[in-house]
Design a protein. Structure first.
Length: 448
């Protein structure tokens, strides 16, 4: 649930800005100096910050925090938190261990106590770290958001601090509307200065929070389409921008008037040009990113404006990727809904997913076979009928061979025969629907 509403402001004293901790984009923090718990410019604090910056383990960071706790200044605290987030960005077990450590809780308590001394960059870093660690205790809510508000009122946030803060609030499912209004007002004139990563980050945050930036949107088209900016963007940035357009500029929304529809069409046209069939950019798209593109163009009724054959090319690219490695269940549902809207056959989505499950029941290790998710009766019937091409009510060896080789050309006859055998309960040499349904439940065991 997203936490919403106006921020209940606490009185926070203005402090002189100090140099900040690590950058919010995940780069290694610099050895900065700060003030607060000890003198600004303290050589000891600077030395500690350098050691924190160079630490590559949870143990190293937390030992430094424990050893120097009474000396650490506000920037040291922000750097320590940022290092822990950076180290554990893709390490769930490490993150969980940190969250259980008493020294980590002590670190957070000290940050709240000295939040008045944090600079704009340190505030942004703190939010990035909390979002990356997915840790947002309720007792931190007011002091952290108050620190954000203080820096907004002082106008000290740089453009990339604002985008990072917005992204972090969305990751933390927190929607302080008044703060978002201030962020929107300050970041809108800075849109042309943002890199594509920051711009995508900002738009993702606003869209995820379902905040309609009515002042920002009119300035978006020039910021996106000028100087071939989209042509230089990465696929993940293009897909993120498309996602945001789909959420923020839906037909009939308050944030998108007639003028919005005109510039939105310009941006969608440019996105399609960059991801055209045969382009080097399209070849770098993941199946998930293409599902996003297909879904957005369907949602915004923009598919008809695409060059002839482009949507078919996107669907074909996605199908090939899905057959090689199945989409997640969420992406499959999104794709099926989009194909329904577009009037494009969607049966292959479920068929390919289920066939891959069947293949894995043979290729996988021995022991209890697991399916990625539970299928409905309707989904299983559709997949079964798509494989049973002669409509006999049974899947025979030839039908399964044809279906399997459409998605896995390397499958030989022995593998296909084994797929029949693993599901053939009555020994008939064919698979009826009840056997197929049993196979796709979690009650079958893979062959030993």
């Amino acid at each position: 649930m997203i936490r919403t509403g106006a921020l209940r402001m606490a009185e926070v004293a203005d402090v002189a800005p100090a140099t900040e901790a690590a950058a919010a984009d995940g780069e290694q923090p610099d050895a900065d100096e700060g003030g607060g718990r000890s003198l600004v410019g303290s050589s000891r604090c600077a030395a500690i910050n350098g050691k924190l910056t160079r630490s590559t383990s949870n143990k190293g960071v937390l030992n430094l925090v424990e050893k120097n706790f009474e000396t650490l200044n506000a920037v040291n605290l922000a750097t320590a938190l940022h290092r822990l987030a950076s180290i554990n960005k893709k390490r769930r077990s490490g993150r969980d261990a940190v969250l259980r450590d008493a020294r980590f809780k002590q670190l957070l308590s000290a940050m709240v106590e000295h939040s008045q001394e944090l600079t704009a960059r340190s505030v942004s870093d703190m939010l990035w770290s909390l979002a990356t660690l997915q840790h947002w205790p309720s007792w931190m809510l007011v002091p952290v958001l108050t620190a954000v508000n203080t820096e907004l009122d002082k106008g000290t946030f740089e453009a990339h601090h604002l985008t990072t803060t917005t992204w972090a609030l969305a990751k933390l499912e927190t929607k302080p509307v008044r703060l978002l209004e201030k962020i929107e007002a300050q970041v809108t004139p800075k849109l042309p200065t943002l890199g594509m990563q920051n711009l995508a980050q900002l738009l993702w945050g606003l869209a995820t929070l379902k905040y309609e930036p009515t002042a920002l949107l009119p300035a978006l088209a020039p910021a996106l389409t000028g100087s071939e900016r989209l042509a230089k963007a990465k696929p993940v940035e293009l897909a993120t921008i498309a996602f945001a357009l789909g959420e923020l500029t839906q037909p009939g929304s308050d944030a998108c008037d007639d003028a919005c529809e005109v510039w939105r069409a310009d941006v969608l046209t440019e996105l399609a040009r960059v991801a055209a069939p045969g382009s080097a950019v399209l070849a770098r798209f993941s199946s998930r990113q293409l599902v996003t593109m297909i879904s957005v163009y369907a949602k915004l009724n923009a598919a008809s404006a695409l060059p002839e054959g482009q949507m078919d090319a996107w669907v074909a690219f996605t199908r090939k990727a899905h057959e090689a490695r199945p989409l997640t269940s969420g992406d499959s549902r999104t794709l099926e809904a989009a194909l329904d809207t577009l009037g494009i056959n969607k049966d292959w989505v479920k068929r390919s997913e289920i066939l891959n499950e069947w293949i894995q029941s043979v290729d996988g290790v021995s022991g209890q076979r697991r399916v990625s998710r539970v299928y409905t009766e309707e989904e299983l019937v559709a997949a079964f009928n798509a494989i049973d091409t002669d409509k006999s009510g049974d899947i025979d060896l030839d039908e399964l061979r044809t279906a399997i080789r459409a998605i896995k050309t390397s499958s030989d006859d022995a593998a296909v025969e084994q797929m029949i055998a693993i599901a053939d309960e009555d020994g008939s040499g064919t698979i009826d629907f009840e056997e197929f349904k049993l196979l796709m439940s979690m009650r079958r065991r893979a062959p030993v």
